[in-house]
Design a protein around this ligand. Sequence first.
Ligand SMILES: Nc1ncnc2c1ncn2[C@@H]1O[C@H](COP(=O)(O)OP(=O)(O)OP(=O)(O)O)[C@@H](O)[C@H]1O
Length: 260
Amino acid sequence: MIAQTQPILLSVNGVNKSFGGLQALHDVSLEIASGHIYGLIGPNGAGKTTFFNVITGLYEPDAGTFILDGKPYEPTAVHEVARTGIARTFQNIRLFGGMTALENVMVGRHVRTRQGLLGAVLRTPAERREEKEIVEHARALLDYVEIGQYAGYTARNLSYGHQRRLEIARALATEPKLLALDEPAAGMNATEKIGLRQLLEKIRNDGKTILLIEHDVKLVMGLCDRMTVLDYGKVIAAGLPQKVQKNPKVIEAYLGAGGS
Ligand SMILES: Nc1ncnc2c1ncn2[C@@H]1O[C@H](COP(=O)(O)OP(=O)(O)OP(=O)(O)O)[C@@H](O)[C@H]1O
């Protein structure tokens, strides 16, 4: 566990988001310290994915301000968000299923290169050099998430757990300041979850900051440095996991939702 003396990487203040008459997020604020794993939990429909979609530019908030790494940040377009330094994975895995694992990571890397994808197609010597670097970097990332031996496999043919790791590698390829993971353990068996936990701890120990939505409360409690609990779009508790799990509002929200 890391002390809260770290600088704040992401500060979110007063986010509101409605869909018609339904207020999915109600004045949600949170602060994520640099180098932390920050958990966002809550029963089904609490607004967790909506919050992710807002901070990654998929949904426009009705209100709210954001500061990333000391600078005002407007999550307007998904591509810009990636350049600014937030990378995410999705609850339902979104890989390029027909491409190889290596190619999937290379796509993520193009966010950080000069030529982008078009340059890679035109192929001048400088671009070929850059392309070689991209391949090497992508291979290194696959090794980092421990699926290097599957570099040439088509993404859709990988096991579920390996696809989740591949999504994380692709997100890391954009060199994010904040890695936002939407239920990375969903569908994993117990052994895969232990492996995922070790991977996330390694990523944090290497200096990255992680925002994690997770349904597996045991995993979140054991892994996160700080957390926020949402219920019906509102923050009902925030802080250290040991304190949050004893909060009567949190217990009630989970028991009320069938203990999910
Ligand atoms: N695009 C949308 N249009 C209309 N309503 C939406 C939309 N996205 C989310 N909602 C509604 O907003 C509320 C919050 O949903 P959200 O998916 O953010 O919850 P969640 O906490 O991520 O839930 P889960 O754990 O089930 O994924 C829900 O009532 C949901 O039906």
